[in-house]
Design a protein around this ligand. Structure first.
Ligand code: DHB
Ligand code: FE
Length: 279
């Protein structure tokens, strides 16, 4: 049977792609952000996952407003990246794991979740940049992948409670996958940020830090926030932290924190990174 080695949650911001392309990891602006990642990479080197289930939100590359699934699971042999217009290099394709994909579709559907199946799927910066941060040498990247995309763009969005339950269904599905594989769950998005409107530039450090702590120790408290609460507390794009809620749900039970980092700001975003393992 497959085993979940743990969960890893991180921010994604297109400017990270430009910083990597220009080798700015030691630049004073970027150093505090990039310095968070070596412990996460060491943990991955230790736990050696075969597959990464990546929970992320698309920003208009694969899903455009006229057709917007709430939850979409990739079931493709590979996933291509494409130009989103941010001026970051397009990255090479990612190898899928269709057997796990179909299991991660069939099992939650049997539990009454409605899932859109994607036998073709472009992956955007929310998927590619965390991968580049965690496995900088993409050519030697040892993991196959299953992308899971959650709508944070077109209302109505799935509630935090729904995301947590979906995460639990994903966790149960992974643990019932009849394959001797180690699986890591990676959630990308947040933390607080708002890119436009009257509150553009909004960041809420107090809430972010409380959220990171709650997520580890009392995840059910996180599920009590409505989407309107989350938009107010974290900004219109801060709701991307729903990806963290799915990831935490998938870990099924208590967890310990292996590593965390919080840094304000990269671009317009409060950046967070957490590595957690089931106890
Ligand atoms: C930024 C943050 C995001 O989450 C995103 O998807 C795009 C841009 C930013 O802070 O610039
Ligand atoms: Fe985003």
């Amino acid at each position: 049977m497959a085993r979940i080695v743990g969960g890893l949650t991180t921010t994604h911001v297109p400017a990270i792609g430009r910083a990597i392309a220009r080798n700015l990891q030691q630049d004073p602006y970027w150093k505090p952000f990039f310095d968070g990642f070596p412990p996460a990479r060491e943990w991955l080197a230790r736990t050696k996952p075969h597959v990464a289930v990546v929970v992320y939100n698309d920003h208009g590359l694969n899903f455009i407003l006229h057709k917007m699934p709430t939850v979409a699971v990739g079931a493709a042999p590979e996933y291509q990246n494409a130009d989103e217009g941010w001026g970051i290099p397009t990255l090479p394709p990612y190898v899928g794991d269709q057997d796990l994909s179909w299991h991660l579709i069939e099992s939650p559907v049997a539990e009454e979740f409605d899932i859109t199946t994607c036998q073709e799927m472009l992956v955007d910066h929310a998927f590619t940049l965390p991968r580049a941060l965690l496995w900088p040498d993409q050519d030697k990247c040892p993991v196959r992948t299953v992308p899971i995309c959650i709508n944070t763009v077109q209302f109505p969005l799935p509630s935090a409670a729904r995301c947590y339950k979906l995460g639990q269904a994903i966790g149960r599905a992974i643990e019932s996958w009849d394959e001797d594989a180690r699986v890591v769950i990676i959630g990308t998005g947040g933390l607080s940020h708002q890119l436009d409107g009257q509150r553009a530039g909004f960041i809420n450090k107090d809430f972010d830090l409380m959220f990171m702590d709650m997520l580890i120790r009392e995840p059910l408290r996180v599920t009590r926030y409505s989407i309107a609460d989350l938009v107010e507390l974290t900004g219109t794009q801060g709701v991307e932290l729903l990806m963290w809620v799915v990831t935490r749900g998938a870990l099924l039970g208590e967890v310990t924190k292996i590593h965390s980092k919080y840094h304000i700001a990269i671009s317009s975003t409060a950046s967070g990174l957490v590595v957690m393992e089931g106890v």
